[in-house]
Write a new protein. Sequence first.
Length: 244
Amino acid sequence: MGRTYKADAVVLRSLRFGEADRVLHLYTAERGRVNAIAKGVRKTTSRFGGRLEPLTHAQLLLHEGRGELHTISGADIVTAHAGVRGAPYALAVAQIGSEAVLKLFPEPEPHPRVFEGLVRFLDLLERGIDPGPDPVLEAAGLGFQLKLLALAGYLPHLESCAGCGAPGPLVGYSAASGGAVCERCTVEDGAFVLRPGSLEAVAALVERPLVAGALPRPAAADAVRVVETTYEHHGGFRLRTLHA
Ligand SMILES: [Zn+2]
């Protein structure tokens, strides 16, 4: 029983399983999240060798049996992203993005734009980025997380007060209201106060193509708070990689 299918996949996580196998947590274009077993990958004679490491983008041949774990029967590497794994700063940024995908899109449902965004994010890091002071504050990682939140339906509303609709001025951010809020709603919602320039920086990260680089520290710290409070309020989780 079962059937074999092809999938365009990124390895998000790789866990030891038994004597010689690994369970891979995959994000695929066709089916969203899939967990698959790569048999014998820890043997030196393995067909896959060490090729299916975390962050690898590959065309996989998968077999769907009766269990929840699918079996990998073939792999063609598209991009290994070995450069990211070899650069501690880029790797830390990539791990934040991987964890955000794992937590925000845990279901086996296709979201092609999430997959495309993940590949673009990893390819950007693979081209090489200048290490900044803190991977948590990196624009590429924050931009990717904000875009994922938008794709998950938690798009931050930033044009007018998300609480009362007032046109502005917008001085705070409320995850409960889903966006930037006016002074009165900041107090009433228990929102946090955004520092000057932060609202514009967050809006740019949401709207513009993903770029690498350093943001001014106050704006970056506020953007981290926007994503964290949104994860907590809407998803009920925290990212371990944001607190490494
Ligand atoms: Zn308001």
